[in-house]
Design a protein around this ligand. Structure first.
Ligand SMILES: NC(=O)c1ccc[n+]([C@@H]2O[C@H](COP(=O)([O-])OP(=O)(O)OC[C@H]3O[C@@H](n4cnc5c(N)ncnc54)[C@H](OP(=O)(O)O)[C@@H]3O)[C@@H](O)[C@H]2O)c1
Length: 254
């Protein structure tokens, strides 16, 4: 891959972390491929983009055929598209709603990974954007936590099937995006105490801008390869151990 232009695929490139990563990779002269429903209008002439609703699992194959026609290598694939779902007690969330969250946060990624395997595109590194919620088990984070925990295992299992590719699921830390906007609008901190930590992060260094989070992820990429392929890595664990320790303590105390 050394003499070719570097290239990357990012799902969910229209806003937040995916848009931040697209900017940061373009600055590093990557050829960028991406997909989302709204599209990456901010970088329209610099990104090869398809508009695709990833919840329509049947539409993913044709979208990837169009997006990656003629591509023979990808240095980086970031499985980033995701939704929060509701902050609600799990007993109040229907199975139908959980299925919708699982479709975007998990099964979409399975379909994309299957497409990539069948394509024979040489891939150096795959990173799935998971969350601390995958392991913390905070009240209210039901559908999101279940989906991100499953995403972590999806990565572990697919690592066996991508022997020449390093696969990791990562928690990026708190990033100032639509997901945080939604969480900051919720006030039921008594029932859902983990909201307090999110509200308190606004205006502090704990809440990263999408640009800063993207830089942090790109800087962490070589180090991720030190972990066994298929691992889940919370970036705070390696980059901000004090913050990570307090997060874990906070969770076990409640
Ligand atoms: N923000 C945080 O603090 C935080 C922390 C941990 C993990 N994460 C993870 O980071 C990832 C990015 O989220 P974000 O925080 O950047 O929020 P965001 O701004 O809402 O970005 C979500 C991205 O996913 C795409 N997406 C959602 N549903 C889709 C669908 N049906 N089809 C195609 N694309 C879809 C969205 O594109 P369209 O709406 O245009 O389709 C958008 O580009 C998610 O996986 C999230 O779980 C975020």
């Amino acid at each position: 891959m050394t003499n070719q232009a570097r290239s990357a695929l990012i799902t969910g490139n229209s806003s937040g972390l995916g848009l931040g990563l697209s900017h940061a990779l373009l600055e590093r002269d990557y050829r960028m491929y991406g997909c989302s429903r709204r599209g990456c209008a901010a970088l329209a002439d610099r990104v090869v983009d398809v508009h695709c609703d990833l919840s329509d699992l049947e539409a993913i194959g044709p979208a990837m055929d169009q997006l990656l026609a003629g591509v023979d290598h990808l240095d980086l694939v970031v499985l980033n598209a995701g939704i929060l779902g509701e902050i609600e007690d799990l007993s109040s969330v229907s199975v139908e709603r959980l299925r919708e969250i699982m479709d975007i946060n998990v099964w979409t990624n399975k379909v994309i990974l299957d497409w990539l395997l069948a394509s024979n595109i040489a891939i150096d590194q795959i990173v799935a954007i998971s969350s601390g919620a995958a392991v913390l088990g905070n009240r209210g984070w039901g559908g999101y936590a279940l989906s991100k925990a499953t995403l972590n295992m999806l990565c572990r299992l697919y690592a066996h099937e991508f022997p020449d590719t390093h696969v990791a699921a990562i928690a990026p830390g708190l990033v100032d995006t639509r997901i945080i906007d939604t969480l900051c609008e919720l006030s039921d901190t008594e029932r859902f105490p983990a909201l307090e930590r999110i509200h308190a992060a606004r205006g502090t260094d704990t809440l990263l801008s999408p640009a800063a989070a993207a830089e942090r992820i790109l800087e962490a990429l070589p180090g991720l390869k030190e972990f066994e392929s298929g691992s889940f890595v919370d970036l705070r664990q390696i980059l901000a151990p004090a913050e990570y320790e307090s997060l874990r303590k906070d969770c076990t105390n409640r």
